[in-house]
Design a protein around this ligand. Sequence first.
Ligand SMILES: Cc1ncc(COP(=O)(O)O)c(C=O)c1O
Length: 346
Amino acid sequence: MRPEGVFAADFRSDTVTRPTKEMLEAMWSAPVGDDVFQEDVSVNALEEKAAEMFGMEAALFCPSGTMTNQVAIKLHTQAGDEVICDEKAHIYNYEGGGIAFNSGCSVSLQRGNLGRFSAEDVLRSIRPDDVHSPRTALVALENTVNKGGGVCWDFLEMKKIGKICRENKLAFHLDGARLFNALVAGNESAVDYGKLFDTISICLSKGLGAPVGSLLLGDRERIKKARRWRKVLGGGMRQAGYLAASGAYALDYHIGRLKEDHRKARILGEEVARLPFVKQVIAPETNILLFELEDKAVPRDFLERLKEKGVQAVSFGGQLIRMVTHLDISENALQYAIEQLKSMKA
Ligand SMILES: Cc1ncc(COP(=O)(O)O)c(C=O)c1O
């Protein structure tokens, strides 16, 4: 049955979710104040809750994951420095060139495996202390990797990289926009991550289903500086507690259910792999499915025809298509999308 509503079979991203009734009720009844004066009790409570969850000293509520990442890069670097990250990294591809614009840094791009590089790659990429070279200042990882099809990093490899960072006085940042997906899929705890990284960015508006909001986690000193950079970037919000309340609700009630999204992505992946016009599927580890259409298919036409059938997905470069499962993808929407995909020629 075709699902009700415009968004019902919208697999473009996990950012398309709308707040549930219960989340809206939590927002509606939130006590608020002026957060630039640090007087919004709901924002303060969310920041404390998130910091405690990761065993880190402090947190800063920001309007977006882009802002938490950009503030983190600003914290850890000086103009002229270099950031080690993967060629698939969100901070490199999808933040409007912010590494250069906001922080004046260049990048040492790694060609990892679906966004995951190795400790050896990091060692090889550290610049010598030489006036000709940019100064290597920061290593930034992303877990899960969006452009890698939601794959998770091996925690031991991240630990090895963390050791190299400490030995070489490099800052270590994690873009954890979908870290909760990795936590649900893996064996480590949030505190394990908190011990490893200098700063972590987490998003409340991806799989967790809040309408807005991200948090930057770190030690007290860094978060104090981050508060200043957030203001400079225009991210100082006033009665932001209404938004923070949605995030607190999401942390309480929407983490465990991510398993559901992972199960649905797995089922979708198995069905898509059987379609005659699909060349290759990256088996989903979490909630993102990436598949490659056969060479003669035109992705834009494919997506247009799929949309006419009420199912939305996005092109992810070349022949790649991305479909993401989330809070607003019901069992019915999943089955409907599978039927529609099966009915297509290419
Ligand atoms: C891995 C990753 N990091 C950061 C972001 C940025 O988040 P926002 O859209 O809230 O700026 C996204 C957005 O999809 C993302 O996928």
